[in-house]
Design a protein around this ligand. Structure first.
Ligand SMILES: Cc1cc2nc3c(=O)[nH]c(=O)nc-3n(C[C@H](O)[C@H](O)[C@H](O)COP(=O)(O)O)c2cc1C
Length: 369
């Protein structure tokens, strides 16, 4: 049993996890079946979920040999904020399903590795508790039909020192996921949507399930409303879930300082293109004006370097964090992020581009079929 294991045993077990698949297997061993399914699954037939991973494999590198790679610099600047390496923590719901400290553990790991945690509206600890860790932090926002509640969330994020607002634009309601339907997924007793336990009641998300809860997301929301949103505070706004050039333009028109190219990890519209395939058109449309980030299917340091070479400022990782959190809590996420950072550094060295900031699109090419 986990509780009988010593710290040394835990550390040794963690040391043997060296890649995404290892963390995935370790997480599956410890999570309840319904928590595992909730984290893993995608919308409907999960085509987009699978495409996200495949699409990064459809690119190869064009390396430069005999370049002085004795000093490597993986640092990046994302919407004016420096990170040690270009991997941010994507907003994902319900971290207490993976570890008792929930999002606090994740935030501490982000801080230890010098990157930013994007905290989900649907966190199982309050945004104030995440802020108390002192970790670099952005706030992901779902807009509720109750605009007073939405405004209050933004005000709390500002008051507690979050440095960017990340409204998610791909979720009019939470997607249909067969596994969650079969499991009748609800939050276990004792866990809650901590950010609005008072406003919506502590059973929010429980009882009738998450999809029913998400009926409270505002389905009338338009780009116009994002202007209203950005008027609520001075934080830079970085809409997440942009997958087309047209929407990227609309984001710029309403004052976005960055966008996240994302299909929600394949959890919303099955049939959305892979993010690696959509990234280029978004970059062409707005890449000269704002930072473009991307997430979905990032599993190794080579995926990260490909994304940055194409023109992304940074990537975000979702499931990689959840598997690591389940496998080893804060230490697990630190190990996973450290491995990714080292893989990014190694990829730059093998590629012959010592500074991440010097990556250019000519070092990646689509695989010819
Ligand atoms: C279990 C889970 C919960 C998620 N919850 C949220 C959320 O609350 N808000 C949000 O904007 N995105 C959410 N996402 C999407 C992630 O932010 C991100 O786009 C996605 O996980 C990236 O793909 P990857 O898991 O392949 O790295 C969630 C993803 C997963 C897997």
């Amino acid at each position: 049993m986990a509780s009988e294991r010593s710290d040394a045993q835990d550390a040794a077990a963690l040391d043997r996890l060296v890649c995404f698949e290892d963390f995935h297997r370790a997480a599956r061993d410890v999570l309840s079946a319904s928590a595992y399914d909730y984290y893993r699954s995608g919308a409907l037939r999960e085509w987009t979920l699978a495409e996200n991973e495949r699409a990064w494999q459809r690119w190869h590198f064009v390396r430069r040999s005999l370049v002085d790679v004795s000093v490597i610099d993986t640092s990046a600047t994302v919407v004016g904020q420096r990170v040690e390496f270009p991997v941010l923590i994507a907003p994902t719901a319900f971290h207490q399903l993976a570890t008792a400290d929930g999002e606090v553990a994740t935030a501490r790991a982000a801080d230890a590795l010098g990157t930013i945690m994007v905290n989900s509206t649907l966190s199982t600890v309050t945004l104030e508790d995440v802020a108390a860790t002192g970790a670099p932090r952005w706030f992901q926002l779902y807009v509720f039909t109750d605009r007073g509640l939405t405004r209050e969330l933004v005000e709390r994020a500002v008051a507690s020192g979050f440095t960017a607002l990340v409204p998610t634009v791909d979720t009019p309601t939470i997607g249909i996921r067969y596994a969650d339907q079969r499991n009748r997924f609800v939050l276990p007793d004792g866990m809650e949507l901590a950010n609005f336990a008072e406003a919506l009641g502590t059973t929010a998300g429980g009882g009738s399930g998450l999809r029913a809860f998400s009926q409270q997301f505002d389905q009338t929301l338009t780009w116009r409303d994002l202007e209203w949103l950005s008027g609520l505070c001075d934080l830079p706004m970085i809409p997440k879930g942009v997958i087309t050039a047209d929407d990227a333009r609309r984001a710029v028109d309403v004052g976005a300082r960055g966008v996240v190219v994302s299909n929600h990890g394949g959890r919303q519209l099955d049939g959305d293109p892979a993010t690696a395939d959509a990234l280029g058109s978004v970059l062409d449309a707005v890449g000269a004006e704002i930072d473009v980030l991307v997430d979905g299917g990032i599993r190794s340091g080579t995926d990260v370097v490909k994304a940055v070479a194409m023109g992304a400022s940074a990537v975000l990782v979702g499931r990689a964090v959840l598997w690591a959190l389940a496998a080893g809590g804060q230490a697990g996420v630190e190990r996973m992020l450290g491995l990714l950072r080292d893989e990014v550094a190694d990829t730059l060295r093998q590629l012959g581009v010592p500074r991440l900031a010097d990556l250019t699109p000519d070092v990646v090419r689509p695989v010819r079929v």
